[in-house]
Design a protein around this ligand. Structure first.
Ligand SMILES: [Zn+2]
Length: 194
């Protein structure tokens, strides 16, 4: 979908959206493919503070240039758009998982890192330290549900098209603090696909 469609889909789902700089054209398309996309991936930032987190997700850091996702979801539930197109969020993951996402069936264990996820997934970074103690406010969880559902709605996907980074790439633990099966259930209820 176009950047404009992405923006309007998020707003239509009832989300508060902040557009950061030239997010529509901020991407890594010069480094590799973008699309066809097959799903939505959720992450936690391991950062705190909205301004600092949004800046890191837009600009990246030494060794990992931004954008690091498409939207940053803050603790109040606002979505900050930092990029559109290929973004450095998913890394290499498991081709068996990608096949399951495409088929919208139960995911196998991720035990390979052989497939470029940055071409295949929309990415939302959710502000949380990921230490198991930093809380996930209800407004933030609701925004995660809405953002993922908005993308699925445009593509005609169901809730099984939404995965966590930890389900994609061996060794990853994000998002930590809520379960992906629980979040998929919420998204499925919202979409009416469960
Ligand atoms: Zn991640």
């Amino acid at each position: 979908m176009s950047a404009d469609r992405f923006l309007s889909a998020l707003k239509k789902e009832g989300l508060k959206v902040v557009e950061v700089g030239s997010w529509r054209t901020h991407n890594r398309n010069h480094k590799g493919p973008w699309g066809p996309v097959h799903g939505v991936m959720l992450h936690h930032t391991v950062t705190s503070g909205t301004a600092a987190s949004v800046r890191i997700c837009r600009d990246g850091y030494t060794g990992l240039p931004g954008p690091l996702c498409h939207g940053v979801i803050d603790k109040a539930g606002t979505v900050h758009l930092v990029g559109y197109g290929r973004a450095n969020h998913a890394g290499l993951g498991d081709d068996d998982v990608l096949r399951a996402v495409i088929a919208e069936r139960t995911l196998p264990q991720d035990n390979e890192a052989n497939t470029d996820g940055n071409a295949r997934f929309y990415g939302f970074e959710c502000i949380n330290l990921g230490d198991g103690h930093d809380p996930w406010p209800a407004a933030q969880l609701e925004a995660i549900e809405k953002a993922a559902a908005a993308v699925c709605r445009v593509h005609g996907w169901n809730h099984m098209s939404v995965i966590g980074h930890l389900e994609w790439q061996p060794g990853k633990i994000d998002p930590r603090g809520f379960t992906m099966w629980g979040m998929r259930a919420r998204i499925g209820d919202r979409l009416g696909t469960r």
